[in-house]
Design a protein around this ligand. Structure first.
Ligand code: CA2
Length: 154
């Protein structure tokens, strides 16, 4: 008997302070909360026959652990590493061990902001980068992942 195909899982990882989304600085980051984004991403993934595992942490090590977990449990990773994007060699090292697609997302256009936000330690180990489209960027990332995974074995 052939085994039923498993739903491919996308890990959606969020870094420091993103838990404050929708609650502070709506002029920069919008009014959508991270919980809203989680629901929207899950809904969009479902339309592609995919599922999401959605996490946020203010701790670099916890993000590293989820990335390591993704090596065996995820078909793709979408990551908004928040401020760790610009500082974290640990996240860079963890992400470069993945063989699955990695999409880096930022709500704001980091290149139109302060110079220290122009450098990303994630981009060199990402398959692609989506910046400046607000919460919609996460959905674009889900679509991109779905397209990359099309034809992948279950
Ligand atoms: O634009 C993005 O998505 C960022 O990753 C957001 C980070 C920032 O450090 C990056 O440069 C760009 C900041 C996330 C903090 O989010 C807040 C949300 C509401 C209120 C305060 C912070």
């Amino acid at each position: 008997m052939p085994k039923p195909a498993k739903t491919l899982r996308i890990y959606v990882l969020n870094g420091p302070n993103l838990n404050l989304l929708g609650l502070r600085e709506p002029d920069i980051y919008g009014r959508t909360t991270l919980a809203d984004i989680g629901k929207m991403a899950a809904k969009r993934a479902k339309t592609h026959g995919l599922s999401t595992v959605f996490h946020q942490s203010n701790h670099e090590g916890e993000l590293v652990e989820w990335i390591q977990e993704a090596r065996t449990k995820a078909a793709a990773v979408i990551i908004n590493a928040g401020a760790y994007t610009h500082t974290s060699v640990a996240l860079h090292d963890a992400l470069r061990t993945l063989i699955c697609p990695v999409v880096e997302v930022h709500l704001s256009n980091t290149f139109a902001r302060e110079k220290f936000r122009h450098k990303s330690h994630i981009s060199p180990v990402a398959t692609g980068v989506i910046v400046g489209f607000g919460a919609e960027g996460y959905l674009l990332a889900v679509d991109a992942v779905a397209s990359l995974l099309k034809g992948a074995a279950p």
